[in-house]
Design a protein. Structure first.
Length: 502
C-alpha cells in the first residue's frame, strides 16, 4: 500500500486532479470498504466523458495495461477477461501516466494509475460492465465500469432492435405472398371451382336413373337370381316367385316363364346372364303394345276426360300434363269438374297459375254442367286441348260410376266426337287392385289410355305386365315424382331395363 502511494506521488499533475474535479462522480468500490479511492484526472475539454464510450467493437483492439498488480494479478485478470470476453491485461511496466494520452481519452474511473498507450480507448472496461478486475494484493480492484455503463445500457439494446428488424422482414415477406395467393384463389379458383359444385345441387338424375331408383326393390330381387346360378328348375322357380312378388300376376308370370324356357331351349343358353337378357327381350315384347303416343290435333278442342279413384293423383297429373302439352305449343284449358272434394277447385287453380292456364270452375253444381260450359269456352277461344277433371270414385260405387257415364254423354252433346280421350289415372302402389280398376273403368267408359303414377314409391312395377296381358290399355304417361318434369311418356324398353337393372 505504501509503494502504491509512493508511485503515485511521481506525477503532481495527476495528484492534484482528484481535489480539483469533484464533479466527476466515482462510484465507491463495493469490494474494498474503507479503501481510499483514486480518481484519474479528467481533462477540461471532455467533461461529459461518460457518454463518449459508446462503440461496442472497441474492446477487441483496446487493451489497457495496468501496472498496479503483480504477476499473480495478471493471471487472475486474464482468466477473468477470458471468461467475460473483455481483454483486460495487467502489465508489469512502471506506472506512468501519460498526460497527453490521458487528456485525449475520456476520463474513466480507475483504481490505480495505469500507463496508457496512445491511441487506445478506455471504454474497454466501460463496455463490459460485468467484468470485475480483481487483484490478490491490491484491495482497490473494483469493476468501476458497472455503474458507468448503466447510462449506456440502452446502447447495447440497439443491436437487438436492429436484429428485430430482420425478424419482422421475413414475417412480412412470408405474409405478403399469401395475400396475392388468396386473391388468386378468390379470383381464378372461384371461376374454375365454383361452377362444378353449382350444377351439383341443380343437376337432376336422368329419367332412366330415377326410374331405376323407383323400381330398385323389384330389380334387386330379380337380378339377384341370376348371380352365380345354374340354369335348372330351381332357377325357374325362384324367377317365378320374384315375378309374382312384383305384382306381375299369375297370367303374366306363366306366360313369361313358358316363353323363357322355350327360348333357352331353342337358343341353347348356358350362361345365367344370357337368360337374363332373354327375359328382358320377352318383357319388352309383352309391354310393347302399351307403348303408344298421345295424338294431338285431331280436333279443336281436343277434349280429354280424366277419371280415377280417390287419391290416385288425377288433379296433379292434369297439372303436369298441361305443362307437357305446352311444350308442343298447345293451348290448354282446364275444367274443374270435381265439385265433390273439398279444395279440389283451388288445387286445380294453383296448377293453372303455375302453368299460366285458364281454369273454368264453379262454386258448386253439377260436374257435367261445369264441363259443358268449359267445352263451349274452349271452342269460343279456339283452345287446342281441354282437360276435364272429375271426382274420384271407386269402381264398386255404381251410382258414382253412372254419374261418370252421364258426364261423358254431356261432353258428347257439347261437341261431336268428344271426349276424344278418356284417361284413367292409377296408383302403381295398389298392386293387383290397379288391374281391377282398369277393367271396371274400361267397361264403364271405354278407356283410351292410362297414366301410371307414384312409381317412385313402394310400387313394384310388375302391374304393367299384368295389364298388358289381360287388358292392354295404352299407357301414355308414367310419373315418378311430384315435380312437373316427373311425368314422362311410357317406354317399354326403358321400363324393362329399369325393372331388370340393365
Amino acid at each position: 500500500m505504501f509503494s502504491f502511494f509512493k508511485r503515485f506521488k511521481g506525477s503532481k499533475t495527476s495528484d492534484a486532479a482528484p481535489q480539483e474535479e469533484p464533479a466527476v462522480e466515482a462510484p465507491v468500490a463495493p469490494g474494498a470498504p474503507g479503501t481510499p479511492l483514486v480518481v484519474e484526472p479528467a481533462p477540461d475539454s471532455a467533461p461529459v466523458a461518460p457518454v463518449a464510450p459508446v462503440p461496442a467493437p472497441a474492446p477487441a483492439n483496446a487493451a489497457v495495461q495496468r501496472a498496479d498488480t503483480p504477476a499473480s494479478a495478471a493471471s487472475a485478470a486474464s482468466a477473468a477477461s477470458a471468461a467475460s470476453a473483455a481483454t483486460v491485461q495487467p502489465s508489469s511496466a512502471a506506472p506512468h501516466v501519460d498526460p497527453a494520452s490521458g487528456r485525449t481519452d475520456a476520463p474513466v474511473t480507475q483504481p490505480a494509475p495505469a500507463a496508457r498507450t496512445p491511441g487506445t480507448a478506455s471504454p474497454a472496461p466501460v463496455d463490459r460492465p460485468g467484468v470485475p478486475v480483481s487483484t490478490s494484493s491490491a484491495p482497490a480492484s473494483v469493476a468501476t465500469a458497472a455503474p458507468t455503463a448503466a447510462p449506456q445500457s440502452p446502447q447495447p439494446v440497439a443491436p437487438p432492435a436492429a436484429a428485430a428488424a430482420p425478424v419482422a422482414a421475413p414475417s412480412s415477406a412470408f405474409v405478403a405472398p399469401a395475400a396475392p395467393a388468396l386473391e388468386d384463389e378468390t379470383g381464378d379458383e372461384t371461376v374454375e371451382i365454383v361452377p362444378p359444385p353449382a350444377p351439383e345441387p341443380a343437376a337432376r338424375k336422368s329419367w332412366l336413373t330415377r326410374l331405376k331408383t323407383g323400381l330398385s326393390k323389384t330389380s334387386s330381387s330379380l337380378t339377384g337370381i341370376f348371380v352365380g346360378a345354374k340354369i335348372d328348375e330351381d332357377l325357374y322357380e325362384e324367377l317365378e316367385t320374384a315375378l309374382l312378388m312384383s305384382d306381375a300376376g299369375v297370367d303374366a308370370t306363366e306366360f313369361l316363364l313358358e316363353a323363357l324356357r322355350e327360348k333357352v331351349r331353342s337358343e341353347r343358353l348356358t350362361d345365367p346372364q344370357q337368360v337374363k337378357t332373354a327375359l328382358r327381350t320377352l318383357l319388352i315384347d309383352l309391354l310393347k303394345p302399351l307403348e303408344k303416343s298421345l295424338m294431338l290435333g285431331r280436333a279443336q278442342p281436343l277434349v280429354m276426360m280424366i277419371a280415377g279413384v280417390n287419391g290416385a293423383g288425377k288433379t296433379t297429373s292434369i297439372g303436369k300434363l298441361a305443362k307437357h302439352l305446352q311444350r308442343f305449343d298447345q293451348s290448354v284449358l282446364l275444367a274443374a269438374g270435381d265439385t265433390f272434394r273439398a279444395a279440389a277447385r283451388e288445387q286445380l287453380a294453383i296448377w293453372g297459375e303455375r302453368n299460366n292456364v285458364t281454369v273454368v270452375a264453379q262454386e258448386s253444381g253439377d260436374p257435367a254442367a261445369v264441363i259443358f260450359d268449359a267445352v263451349g269456352a274452349a271452342r269460343a277461344r279456339k283452345i287446342d286441348v281441354l282437360m276435364a277433371d272429375t271426382a274420384g270414385r271407386l269402381p264398386t260405387q255404381l251410382h258414382l260410376m253412372e254419374e261418370l257415364r252421364k258426364v261423358k254423354r254431356v261432353i258428347g252433346k257439347a261437341q261431336d266426337g268428344a271426349p276424344h280421350e278418356v284417361l284413367l289415372v292409377i296408383d302403381a302402389n295398389t298392386g293387383q287392385n290397379a288391374l281391377a280398376q282398369v277393367k271396371s273403368f274400361d267397361d264403364a267408359l271405354g278407356l283410351t289410355g292410362l297414366i301410371v303414377t307414384k312409381l317412385d314409391g313402394t310400387a313394384k312395377g310388375g302391374i304393367l305386365a299384368a295389364i298388358a296381358r289381360q287388358r292392354p290399355v295404352p299407357v301414355y304417361f308414367i310419373g315418378i315424382g311430384e315435380k312437373v318434369e316427373d311425368l314422362q311418356p311410357f317406354s317399354a324398353e326403358e321400363f324393362s331395363d329399369a325393372l331388370l337393372d340393365f
